[in-house]
Write a protein that binds this ligand. Structure first.
Ligand code: ADP
Ligand code: MG
Length: 695
């Protein structure tokens, strides 16, 4: 048996490998680049590139690629072989520092949201040395950022790295005020829990909706759903266990800390959770995890579905973004402390997050907005579209007391003052009883639960880092000249909580009462993706991103365009797929069966004129009524997709949301009813029952 510790990270050019393979001075120069963002000298890059290539070739690599994360939400790569022609028809293998540092893929085929029209079509990729190179298949992958030639960001990595820098800078300034002069850097840590479905590949291949749209657009519910609650944490079936084992092995080789695997609530649904790490690496790792989940599924005869709502009527899949801040001295800033100074510091960072979330509810909502996730948010399985923060009773009581200027707080009811006394210990197990909150404090980190399963976790962390940096910056300005620092912190914690406590909600977020209560509190309820996107270009948001140098105005508008376009395209593809399935599969199958019934009735009547054949006639009538209804609905949908051409941008997204999606539901209804009455042997695609219960 192989030992995991021996092969863990064997496909990664990680720190240990670098130290082994690089001359000391080169290694040191590279570390400086990684830790302090110092520019890499070309001579150093040449040595690193050569060492990387030799390492990769020893592991069987033949190609290299700049691996980047364009706005499509998935990763992109263009493979170049290491070969360079040499004398006598032979080749040598070469990889230069220049090739390592910079690449020039053609940017014109990636979403740019109008930037392309304004500027040059070319783009370039630049190595992110804070993320290790790795080998996937036969290719050495260099994680890179992706920009347009004139420097506009076209990807999901660059703004994340920038946001990590700004929050570090602002957090370090605050820590200085608390006398922590030794802290040089604060790192954003992220752990992304990933849900997914596994179904049989043979079933997948028979469904155009899964192939084109990633979700079923049709399908009657099976007699059994998830109501027995027998799947969650249930024993793994052998086939699934084998798959998970292979997946873990592949992830471990890539240095990904896959830790926990279990069955989820819906039949055939599962989850994988890694151990958290630095945010940008966590984003890379989650992308690789999703990619490998799909790839390894194939070799096990499965199809892995990462869509947010592959099946109507059973739970969809989400992703939880666990987020925290860690100093380079190893302190987690959201870990309640055990001395007065640490506690005051903890509470200050805590209310900074509360204020940030309250003031930028829209940005958090945008970071979880997509056509797919619209099918989840607000149903009973995922947090509603209203953003709120869960703190738990203990912390809420403490903050309430401070905001009212009371000295007594906490369970112990002792008289204490912030900054001079130890806070009551906050028991971890009581902080997370509530699984319905979109943004929950869970003991020493925050868990953002609104994300859809197919999302890059980059976006929510860009938002979180930037909005919290903004608040910390304001806090610093208030505290820097305070005469009595301790008193000033107490006042600031109390005042911030008082002004923003409307965002704190510890109850059941799935209840209807909460939606009403949230409205009374004046919280945003951006129900759909297009609704959410409309708020992206609000002046306050543009000002925020500009202030911290995350996006300029052109870049925000570009992202706004891209996201609207993506929404419209997604629903458009779904509508066309649905029309195709109805016209070429459902109607022919239903009509054919009706014809068979009608022919049967005629010949039976001829044979036995004294009998009524109520069953056959009843069935025939039912099917004929439903096919008429379906025919009418599908024509209406067809027309609506043609009329979409009159719109563009945000108006087009809204058109698809408000006009096309309801028509798709109208089509689905009679089609699903037909599925329940037509002979199953002629039904053209696998049913929910077959897909979810036969693995
Ligand atoms: P659960 O949410 O199921 O109770 P845990 O609380 O153990 O499970 O952790 C969930 C995820 O949160 C894991 O991916 C874990 O690595 C991550 N996590 C734990 N601590 C931190 C932290 N300080 N920063 C970011 N993520 C964290
Ligand atoms: Mg969780």
């Amino acid at each position: 048996m192989e030992n995991v510790a021996d092969y863990f990270g064997c496909m990664v050019f990680n720190d240990v490998t670098m130290r082994e393979r690089l001359p000391k001075d080169v290694y040191k120069a590279l570390r400086r680049t990684i830790e302090e963002g110092k520019e890499l000298d070309l001579n150093v890059a040449n040595v690193v590139a050569n060492a990387m290539k030799n390492w990769a070739v020893e592991k069987g690599a033949t190609h290299y690629t700049h691996w980047f994360q364009p706005m499509t939400g998935i990763t992109a790569e263009k493979h170049d072989a290491f070969i360079v022609p040499s004398e006598g028809g032979k080749v040598i293998l070469d990889f230069s520092g220049k090739e390592l540092i910079k690449g020039e893929p053609d940017a014109s085929s990636f979403p740019s949201g109008g930037i392309r029209a304004t500027f040059e079509a070319r783009g370039y990729t630049a190595w992110d040395p804070t993320s290790y190179a790795f080998i996937k298949g036969e290719t050495l992958c260099i994680p890179t950022a992706f920009c347009s030639y004139s420097g506009e960001i076209l990807d999901k990595k660059t703004p994340l790295l920038r946001s990590m820098d700004v929050i570090s800078k602002e957090a370090v300034k605050i820590l200085r005020l608390f006398g922590r002069d030794d802290v040089k850097r604060v790192t954003t840590t992220v752990g992304a829990e990933q849900e997914y479905f596994l179904i049989d590949k043979k079933d997948y291949e028979k469904r155009k909706d899964l192939i084109y749209a990633g979700r079923t657009l049709l399908g009657a519910r099976s007699p059994k759903g998830q109501e027995m609650e027998d799947h969650y944490f249930g024993a793994l079936r052998n086939r699934v266990a084998d798959y998970m084992h292979d997946l873990d092995k592949a992830l471990w080789k890539l240095g990904i800390y896959s830790k926990t695997s279990h069955n989820e609530a819906a039949p055939s649904q599962h989850e994988l959770a890694p151990v958290f790490t630095t945010a940008n690496i966590s984003v890379d790792h989650n992308q690789l995890t999703m990619e490998l989940m799909k790839k390894i599924a194939e070799s096990h005869g499965f199809a892995c579905l990462l869509h947010e709502k592959p099946f109507k009527g059973v739970n969809g899949s989400g992703k939880h973004n666990n987020w925290s801040l860690n100093t380079d001295k190893g302190q987690n800033l959201f870990e309640p402390g055990d001395n007065p100074k640490d506690n005051a510091q903890f509470l200050l960072f805590l209310v900074a997050v509360i204020k940030a979330i309250d003031e930028y509810q829209d940005l958090m909502r945008i970071s979880s907005a997509s056509a797919g996730n619209d099918h989840r948010l607000g149903s009973n399985e995922a947090p509603p579209a209203v953003i709120s923060v869960f703190l738990g009773d203990e912390l809420t009581e403490i903050l309430e007391a401070i905001s009212e200027g009371k000295k007594a707080y906490g369970k112990s009811k002792e008289s204490m003052e912030l900054g001079t006394h130890v806070l009551p210990a906050i028991p971890k197990d009581t902080t997370d009883r509530n699984r319905t909150s979109p943004f929950a404090f869970t003991g020493n980190k925050f868990e953002f639960r609104m994300l859809g399963s197919s999302f890059s976790v980059s976006e929510p962390n860009i938002m979180l880092n930037t909005i919290v940096a903004k608040v910390l910056k304001g806090f610093y300005d208030k505290l820097v000249d305070a005469k009595d620092f301790s008193k000033a912190v107490t006042a600031l914690v109390g005042e911030t909580y008082k002004n923003h406590k409307r965002i704190v909600f510890n109850g059941n977020s799935y209840s209807n009462e909460w939606a009403e209560e949230a409205e009374r509190r004046g919280l945003l309820n951006l129900r759909s993706c297009p609704d959410a996107l409309d708020t992206f270009i609000a002046p306050k948001n543009i000002a925020l991103f500009k202030e911290f140098g995350i996006f300029n105005s052109v870049e925000i508008h570009s992202r706004y365009e891209i996201l609207n376009e993506e929404y419209a395209k997604t629903v458009h593809i779904e509508a066309l797929t649905l029309i195709d399935m109805i016209n070429r599969q459902v109607l022919p199958a239903s009509e054919g069966y009706a014809t068979k019934l009608a022919d049967g009735i005629c010949s039976k009547k001829a044979a036995c004129p004294h009998l009524r054949f109520d069953a056959e006639i009843g069935q025939l009538e039912k099917i004929s009524v439903l096919t008429d209804e379906l025919y009418e609905a599908v024509n209406e949908l067809q027309l609506a997709t043609e009329e979409a051409e009159a719109y563009e941008g945000s108006a087009l997204a809204h058109y698809y949301r408000e006009k096309v999606l309801p028509l798709m539901e109208k089509v689905r209804k009679p089609a699903d009813e037909l599925e329940l009455v037509v002979d199953q042997s002629v039904w053209p695609y696998p049913t929910y029952g077959e897909m979810l219960f036969y693995i």
